[in-house]
Design a protein around this ligand. Structure first.
Ligand code: KG4
Ligand code: ZN
Length: 335
């Protein structure tokens, strides 16, 4: 089956073609980061308008790249939620209109299921069952995955998502949105011994997270530095380092605990924060000690993209699922 995937849930327009026999044939992405950067975050109305502008040109591009025509398609998968309602509507309306015009099924896919299955796009794929750590701008969740659609939530953030905490800490340091990659870059030149940030909730049993206290701690540290000698570039690097260390250490501890609790040897990590190199390295080392392995998507498929939606949709369309005539988007949609 040849499936077209459309991702428009936030500030990235992603389009991809996935074939259940041949794998990923083509994908294209347009990131709106430059449009939103001056506002310090995503402006929903601007996001929707730009998806309208980019979706069809990207669709033409992937069809050309793969040497396919609309007649070759067997279905269209789009992100139905969670996300920004207007942005989701653009992808859903386009997918449903094209599916109707071309006489093929459409299917709304859960954005986080897309992230969760993104490592399946790699040559070396994890086998079910596994534990997945989903870490994005909107979610921090540990999920037990027994198969497609068989998900059990093991723990999640009780307040801010890890990516959101990265973005907020970055803002305090005067860094642009999205802040995760900027914090990671500064952290490389930071002194690991200067500040010791708290590791939230690691001493409590269970698999939930909390990142809002870390945010307050960061703000207090920034203000202390400002008061002492003005916030220098080295202060920023040291704070970024301590902040990243605290988030990474917390995530690593909970992942290890989740694998031990479930008696599973495989961890999958996905979502924008899974692009963090420090997190990847530390997980690899910590899990090797308990004989477990970690699988990641390629860096380009860690953040939002059309390929993960095409893949997730292909599995479900292949199993015979499709939208009902009244299907609509779900800005809030628990997985
Ligand atoms: O999955 P994603 O692209 O969009 C959502 O569905 O939220 O994740 C975006 C998040 C942002 O918060 C961004 O700051 C964070 O992922 N991020 C990172 C890194 N790259 C992206 N956080 C830490 N380190 C990175 N290298
Ligand atoms: Zn995402």
């Amino acid at each position: 089956m040849l499936i077209l995937g459309l991702e428009t849930s936030c500030d990235e327009t992603g389009v991809a073609l996935y074939d259940t026999g041949r794998g990923l044939l083509a994908h294209a992405l347009f990131s709106q980061v430059d449009i939103h950067v001056e506002y310090g975050g995503v402006v929903p109305e601007l996001a929707s308008r730009d998806h309208v502008r980019k979706a069809l040109p990207l669709l033409r591009q992937v069809l050309d790249d793969a040497g396919c025509s609309p007649q070759d398609l067997d279905g269209i998968a789009y992100t139905a939620g969670p996300g920004l309602v207007g942005a989701l509507m653009v992808g859903a309306t386009l997918a449903q209109s094209l599916a109707w015009a071309w006489g093929i099924p459409a299917l709304g896919v859960h954005h986080m299921e897309g992230h969760l299955l993104a490592p399946m796009l790699e040559e070396e794929r994890p086998e079910f069952p596994f534990v997945a750590l989903l870490v994005s701008g909107g979610h921090t969740q540990l999920v037990r995955v027994d198969g497609i659609g068989e998900y059990r939530l093991l723990g999640e953030s009780l307040d801010d998502a890890a990516g959101e905490a990265f973005d907020k800490a970055a803002k305090m340091l005067g860094l642009p949105y999205p802040g995760g990659p900027h914090i990671a870059r500064l952290a490389e030149s930071g002194d690991p011994g200067r500040f010791d940030f708290p590791r939230p909730m690691i001493n409590r049993p269970g698999l939930d997270f909390s990142f809002s206290g870390l945010k307050t701690f960061t703000l207090n540290t920034v203000n202390d530095c400002r008061r002492d000698s003005g916030l220098t570039q080295q202060d920023k690097c040291d704070i970024a380092r301590a902040f990243e260390e605290a988030v990474v250490a917390t995530l690593v501890i909970k992942c290890r605990r989740a694998l031990e609790q479930e008696g599973l040897p495989t961890l999958v990590i996905a979502g924008g924060v899974s692009a963090n190199r420090n997190l990847r390295g530390r997980l690899q080392t910590a899990l090797a000690k308990i004989g477990a392995r970690v699988f990641y998507p390629a860096p380009e498929f860690c953040t939002d993209n059309g390929a993960m939606i095409a893949y997730a949709g292909a599995q479900r369309l292949h199993a015979g699922q499709q939208d009902t005539p009244t299907a609509t988007v779900r800005p809030r949609w628990p997985m």
